[in-house]
Design a protein around this ligand. Structure first.
Ligand code: FES
Length: 164
């Protein structure tokens, strides 16, 4: 670990300690603490596991077992932008599969994950609430309907700052 990494890690620890201490609910648990950290910094770094253990008086193994049980926790930083692709029934009938394939290719991923440059997190969605406009995608929760493989590719590449 470099000196810069160490500084970054200790700044992160301080931030996490502040998040943990700011919990207002009467009962504070490992789960509430992990949720508070993820709500605030959007993932659970190693520092979150250690600081939660210290804060709750539990072992890191106990904290890790709670964190790993819930699939909504993530352990790597999310991308700068989130791109949702809807594969709900309406969008599926209107061509979501080809939209998904185009986005996979443009983001260089094969499943829900981050593009290799860390710029975009791909998520699958079961309905973005605009079925009549399908197939739909959303950028940071803003929905764009009537997608084609070409338009979806362009959007995904634009998010990465790449040319289509
Ligand atoms: S099924 Fe895609 S927006 Fe509803």
């Amino acid at each position: 670990m470099t000196t810069a990494d160490t500084k970054q890690s200790s700044a992160l620890r301080v931030e996490i300690q502040q998040i943990l201490s700011a919990q207002q609910q009467p009962t504070i648990t490992i789960l509430s603490s992990l949720l508070a950290v993820q709500d605030s910094i959007h993932y659970l770094p190693e520092e979150a596991i250690k600081e939660t253990a210290r804060f709750t008086g539990e072992t890191t193994n106990e904290v890790w077992s709670v964190a790993s049980f819930y699939t909504n926790f993530r352990f790597t930083p999310p991308g700068e932008k989130t791109l949702d692709v809807c594969w709900g029934p309406s969008c599926h009938l209107l061509g979501a599969q080809s939209i998904l394939e185009s986005v996979h290719s443009a983001l260089e991923v094969t499943e829900e994950s981050e593009s290799p440059d860390g710029k975009v997190t791909l998520k699958y969605n079961t309905c973005l609430g605009a079925c009549a406009q399908g197939p739909c995608i959303a950028i940071d929760h803003r929905v764009f309907g009537k997608q084609t493989p070409q338009s979806a590719t362009k959007i995904a590449l634009d998010l990465r700052g790449l040319k289509s």
